[in-house]
Design a protein. Sequence first.
Length: 303
Amino acid sequence: MKIARALLAGASLLSLAQAAGAQPLNQFIAFGDSTIDSGYFLTHSISGNATKQNFYNTAAAQGGGLPTTPGGLVNSEILAAYLGLTAIPIGLPGGTNYAASGADNNNNNTSVTAPSTVSQINTYLASTGGWANPSALYLISSGGNDLQFATAQVTAGAFTNAQARTYVAQAAQDLVAGLTTLHNAGARYIIVSDGYSATSGPASLLSTVPTNRAFIYVSTLWQGLTAAGVPFIPADFRSVQQAVYDNPGRFGFTSLSNVDAAGGTACTNANPGNGSGGTFSNSWALVCTPALVRSADAPRTAF
């Protein structure tokens, strides 16, 4: 996932912080993917490929290893700090952020090393004896990888459009089940995103066409949570993303591109390729070092 995801997620989450801040919160707990990952792979293997792992280790040693530019904060850290709390990644002392880049809702189709969001929830509950802190703020941001996987399968001819719609609907239902379990265990304050769209450049992200996969995912997720009686704050990332696409200059962005080129991503790809043999076809922010940052302004102007 590209660096921009953390930026737009932070923008939408900070708009919700005032409401969350009014509650007696004593802990911040997160589940999801790279949109809120604050360093899961700093203490877990990111790849079975030695070359990729070495690239990651090098980046981590130089202040990187997160889905943003080296030394930068991710949105989960910003939101937690706003509330006087922390978003330390699980695996480090005091860690409460279980999110891992590449996580699917309840599969491992995107990454075999990233635990699914549902499994993250189960791991948390197992660590507490099945009890969820009722005074914690729970942040859930997941589903974008499921949407991307379904789209890739259609492109490859492995899924029909109908099968892709069924796939994303099931992904949403799986997350509903996981969050219902979390709520029944005691969770009361839950922020849930509508998933991130991988679209690069201006596009309509707010489609309400019933056959649109993103619409199916979001409506299944939010309607399912409502029907299950799970109290949640919907985080509308897509509207924020669309607003930036409609007028990037208003927000200080000069690039909307996800390509590895000038005017594209904030970081140069450390080892470009198709993703095999130690190369990276996406998600190279995780292996970005200070030397790979495209320009001094790139972290602020590349969306």
